[in-house]
Ligand binder design. Structure first.
Ligand code: HEM
Length: 364
């Protein structure tokens, strides 16, 4: 613990003179001050401060996951930092309501002065996106031009450098890939799981055919086609080539190995050793969902403020923002894992030795 080296003054410690001297409306500089411009500046500044804190947490978690062997003892730290990000996101969402107390007419008082500045130029927002696995190459084409294209050279270079480094997403992916439980000398979990899935699908097939008398030929065709499609979906999970094609087409982000191990965590989350990994995966999905909710809410706000006008950064405005909400999901693969869950009673039973390991069972 550090020792106090002398008296500290509240305003000096927080450097409030500097901080509170940075709300300078352009409308005041060029003529009559537009009353709501102060709110507009302040809300954006508060966002940027919280983005800074989110980056502080994300970078610390990335560092924790960047070692070859992540110790169990640090996982609760990771979990509580992710939890903190979720709480901050609640504030970020609430702040949009404060922003919306400004009416579109009040916004028009100063909007023209801002062109071409735009949220596109929030370098910290981009940095968060990159850390969560949304780099230039992972984005849809419509998005790519806007991603770095509206930034000055210095900001572009900074983000390009971060894009080349490991991200939190890639560090997490490697952590998942290293998870050791699914393969032992005398136990291949995925072989057993595939057999259980086949049993489950055969059960579904029997149910369909036992009900043929009550179905029209068309209804029977549809049910058979749906079952076949489920079979094919399961197949993509295990077929390396098919999975690699989905990654290439941008339909999957996580590697096949990481995805399979994440599925194992979801299937056996009751085992003590998997409790924290499961909590971490859940937090990541919550964080992804919270950002998506923010994006939708922000798109609606832009619609309300601008109608169908284009944004100050030149995009189509609310339409672009809605598409970005749909397209920019970091952990969509984790959401999709629910497709592959099977009932607890139908899961493969794990060898006792493995269960002991996962239960932290030690001999005296
Ligand atoms: C009156 C309020 C606001 C309006 C009308 C608005 C409108 C827009 C529009 C139209 C865009 C698309 C880019 C463009 O063409 O300019 C955009 C992007 C963005 N805005 Fe806002 N915005 C508002 C407030 C905020 C606030 C308070 C934040 C908080 C930081 C914010 C953050 C962003 C970010 C990060 C982007 C880039 C999103 C992406 O590319 O996915 N905006 N905004």
């Amino acid at each position: 613990m550090h020792k106090n080296q002398g008296p500290v003054y509240y305003g000096d410690y927080l450097e409030l003179n500097k901080l509170l001297d940075t709300q300078n409306p352009l409308s005041k500089k060029y003529g009559d001050e537009a009353h709501d411009e102060t709110l507009f500046i302040l809300v954006h500044q508060v966002y940027e401060l919280w983005f800074k804190q989110i980056l502080h947490e994300l970078n610390s978690i990335k560092k924790i996951f960047s070692v070859e062997k992540v110790q169990e003892s640090v996982l609760s730290t990771v979990s509580s930092r992710l939890e903190r990000i979720k709480k901050i996101q609640t504030l970020l969402l609430g702040q949009l309501e404060v922003m919306e107390t400004m009416t579109p007419m009040d916004f028009l008082e100063f909007r023209e002065l801002l062109v071409p500045a735009s949220g596109f130029q929030s370098v910290q927002f981009r940095e968060i996106e990159i850390l969560l696995g949304l780099s230039t190459s992972d984005r849809k084409e419509v998005d790519r031009e806007y991603f770095l294209g509206r930034l000055n050279k210095q900001d572009q270079e900074r983000l390009l450098k971060i894009e080349k480094e490991d991200t939190l997403f890639s560090a997490l992916e490697k952590w998942l890939e290293r998870m050791p439980f699914t393969f032992k000398e005398d136990f291949d979990f995925w072989k057993e799981y595939q057999a259980c899935v086949e049993d489950m699908l055969c059960g579904d097939e029997i149910t369909i055919f036992s009900n043929v008398a009550n179905m029209t030929p068309k209804a029977l065709e549809i049910q058979k086609a749906n079952l076949q499609s489920t079979r094919e979906t399961f197949d993509t999970l295990f077929n390396e080539e098919k999975y690699a094609n989905l990654v290439k087409e941008g339909k999957r982000r996580l590697s096949q190995k990481a995805t399979l191990n994440a599925l194992f965590v979801l299937l056996y989350r009751d085992e003590p050793i998997l409790t924290l990994p499961y909590t971490i995966l859940s937090h990541l999905m919550d964080i992804d969902e919270n950002f998506t909710t923010w994006r939708y809410k922000h798109a609606l706000m832009a619609h309300r403020m601008l109608g169908t006008k284009i944004g100050t950064g030149g995009s189509s405005g609310h339409q672009y923002l809605r598409d970005a909400a749909e397209n920019n999901r970091s952990f969509i693969d984790l959401f999709n894992l629910s497709t592959f869950l099977i009932p607890r009673s139908q899961r493969p039973s794990l060898p006792q030795e493995l269960r002991d390991e996962m239960n932290f069972n030690y001999k005296d």
